[in-house]
Design a protein around this ligand. Sequence first.
Ligand code: DAH
Length: 334
Amino acid sequence: MSTQTEWETYREEAEHALAAAGLDEIAEERVRYLGRKSPLALALREVRDRETGMLLNGIRTRLEEAADERERSLAGDELDRRLREEVIDVTLPGEELPLGHLHPITQVRRAVEDAFLGLGYEVRDDREVETVEYNFDKLAFLPTHSARSPRDTFFFDETHVLRTETSPSQIHILEEKPPPIYMVSIGRVYRRDAITATRYPIFHQFEGLAVDKGITLADLKGTLLHVMRALYGPERRVRFRTHYFPFTEPSIEPDVSCGICGGEGCRTCKWSGWIEMGGAGMVDPQVLENVGLDPNEWGGFAFGCGLERTAQLRHFIPDIRALWEGDLRVLRQF
Ligand code: DAH
């Protein structure tokens, strides 16, 4: 290729090819007509005279512009196409992600924590594998108490059990620091019960303990009233029935007025108007002595209640097993 006409033909052909190239071809066409091994580039390398140089450089500039122009217009077309086809309406609501919620036991646990934190109590979480000493001995259980039997309690060996109640927390905190003490301990406890609608071998308790000077049964009653109202609503009333526990004297069982019938009597409260809430009492002097405190100087009250029971009463869940089976169709309702 040497004549000017031949180069003009080269230019025209190239301009056509570039103008007709699609998105997939434009790079290829650019290489073919302008690349290092294109006739134009090879000829430019051989240029000896000024005239040819000007001719070829002029063609190169035009072709580069033509290629750039084509690329720009292809990119514009592509953008138009995507704007047309990939329509996203950013004002539409997004896809909703399934969000879970806290298990009813956790909800109750937090409600209990809130109620006691509001009274200035500290919240504790103690070990579930307990020694016989802390689970029974220091809580003044008699050697003959039936809970000490492997029929009732899970034993690891002669001295270790799965705690049967949260009451050992009383001993732990009393040994850890001097009174005044206001604490609530929450966690799992274990008993060798068959699974039924009302019993489960694992469950949760919250255990309260107040040890200070001049504490009376009235303080216990006021505290339980506050907590029961926090958990079940401001209309609730509390009453005490006498009972026996090894580590309290006197011992009582607190009842809360039935929220379904308002105390009139119904199936849930077995027509008594009252629902049993757990155990409580004034800390037995023996327990205080067991942790090195003088019962003439210090006194206190304690109480323990089940969290499952609390959740059941709050949500009217008739079967305790629902709280352990993890069936979302049930749990989603609470
Ligand atoms: N630990 C008892 C139980 O599991 C409940 C209880 C009764 C706890 C009286 C107490 C209490 O703190 O004073 O049956």
